[in-house]
Every structure is written in C-alpha cells, then in structure tokens.
Design a protein around this ligand. Sequence first.
Ligand code: FE2
Ligand code: ZN
Length: 371
Amino acid sequence: MGASISSLAQNGDALTAVWSDGERTDLPYLWLRDNCGCGECCVEQTTEKRFHVFRVPSDLRPSTVDIEAAGSDDEAISIAWPDGHHTRHRSSDIRGLLSRPRLELQYWDGQFQPRRFNYQRFLADDSAAAELIEEFLRTGVCVLVDAPTEPDSLEELAVRLGPIREVLFERIHNVKLDPKGYNIAHTALAVGVHNDFTSYTWPPSVQALHMLVNECEGGASTVVDGFGLLEALRSEHPDKFDVLCSVQVPFRIFSDEYECYAANPMVDLDSDGEIRMIRFNTAQMQAVPLSEPRLGEFYAAYHELSSRVNDPGAQVTFRLEGGMILLCAGHRVLHGRTEMVSNGARHLQDAYFEHDNVRTHLRLLRRTGRA
Ligand SMILES: [Fe+2]
Ligand SMILES: [Zn+2]
C-alpha cells in the first residue's frame, strides 16, 4: 500500500492533496467534478460518462472538502459542490492516475535478430499471444514460424491483430515476379528498405509479410529500426531532424486502376515530442516542390537519413522461408529485400493491421485475466 492523503488545501483553481510521504498533488476542481463516478454522472450499465463539463461554471469551486475513511485501508476525498452535488474520490484511485504508463521501446541495430514465435500457439494460447505482443510493442518486429502455406491465411491473424486494414490494391497483396506489376517488389531487383503506403496520411501501422513459398536464390529479407536511427540522428544533428519533421514530401503509388498520393513530413512527432512515425519509401517518393523554402536543408537532412537507413550496420538480414510471417510495426520498422535470381517459385502475401488494435488486444488479455 502507498502513501495516504493526510491533508487538503483549497487554492485558486485546484485542491492540493498532501500525501503522508510529503508529496503534493494538485487536483483541478473541474477535473474533480468531471471525473465524478457517481450513478448520476455515469451510465451505471456501461460506466461511461454522462456528465458534460459545460454544465458547471468554469470557475467552479467546492463548498466543502473533507477526508473520509473508505474501507479499512483507504480514504476518500469528499466534496460538496455549490449546486448540492456530491463527489467522492478514493485516494487509491487518485494514486493510480499519478503517472502515465509508458512502454519502454527497445532500439536495435544490425546485431539484432527478431524473436520467433510459433504461429499456432500465438493464435490458440493467450499467454503466448501476450508474450509476442509485448515483444512486438517493444521492438516493433517479430517472426511467426510454422505458419500455413495456403494463400490468404493472413485472415486468421485477425483474432489477435484485429481486422485487416484495407488499402487500395488488394486486401491481401500478392508479391510475385510479374512483368506487368505496378511496384518494384514485382521485379527481381533489390528493394531498398522502406515502409509501405507512405502515400497515405495514416499509413498502415502493422504489416504482416507471409512467405508461402521461397525457392529463389537471394531475396533475403532486411529490416531496420527506423525509430532507433532517428533518435541517434536527432541527438547528433537536431537541425536536420527538425527539417525532416517539417518539410512535406509527396509519396505516390499507382497502377492503371488506382492512385494513392499524399504529402507529409518524413517524421511525425507526438505531442510529447516522441517519434510517432517515419515515412521512408525511395521508390514512391516524388519530387519535393521547388517552392519549398527549406529544400537545400531538406536534402542535406534526407541524405543523412538515407545514409543511416542504408548503413549495413543498421540492417538485419535473414531469409523468410515458406511458412514464416514477418510482423513489422509499419510506422517504425522499415523492410526490404535483397536482389534475387528468378530460378524458383516465390510467393509472398502481405496484409496490414492497426497497431492500436494489437496494443489493446494485450490490454484486453490483461484486464480479463486471460494472460
Ligand atoms: Fe513493402
Ligand atoms: Zn456525480
């Protein structure tokens, strides 16, 4: 059990709770009112909120505040509001909200090898699924082995990864040698590391690459940790990193039937300044308009990024055999393929999923005690 609340002080727009270990926590009055968990403020059936904050004045202040016992080893802040409403917050609940859970990412370089997991266990066993998802959230990459070699088996992953994220072109993409193919992956050429569909403003955030058969010479798979190398670039060249976060780069993929185009910076940050996404796809990158005022700076930064992405020391190479599925966090991990000789059958299928659905599947497994 942690510290308890020993005293309360009302300030201008917040209640200050002083904990028994001397720590202090400011609890804004509107926060205390908005998070009232009573049966009037919430839908009892669903626990969803019914209260709307506009219903109280923005300068709301409590009439009275007290500390009350709540069970044998907890206490609650008890608040009476001027309109007669009453709110209680247990200190254990407040303690649980003091920090924001943040997953530690594990960056990696060319020395790393993605962990392998058994396909059937991942589907059938909740603990095995939780173990894989934790590894995937940390490193952004895993390999499933002993998977089926029948086409369209990727549909089966939906029980763990959530629904397939469809994009233009096929629901499940077929990658084979195709003299009429719309994409470099349909040739025998090496495919430099990239992430897919940077031509969407929200590219698919999980990609599953499923090898059905691989009897060609060459054609090894390569992966790179985009976040790891961007963090290094940010600390060594903050100005270049900033340009990559701000200059819009157009990407395009198209065929006779489809057109997919969007312009966005190569790096997106979240509101904490953490890297949210890399967009790196040389084959699909279009000319940055000459009207871009930072074009020269952009090219210096892009050259640096391109050098790091293609540095053999950053690249992990392995062979995907038939019955193996490479799972990549699409906004973080870049994938590619070495050149191949078309002297045997080779058929890869890929499909996309959404990272939020994968992350929250783990949450569900934990919440329901299944893993
Ligand atoms: Fe790709
Ligand atoms: Zn209430």
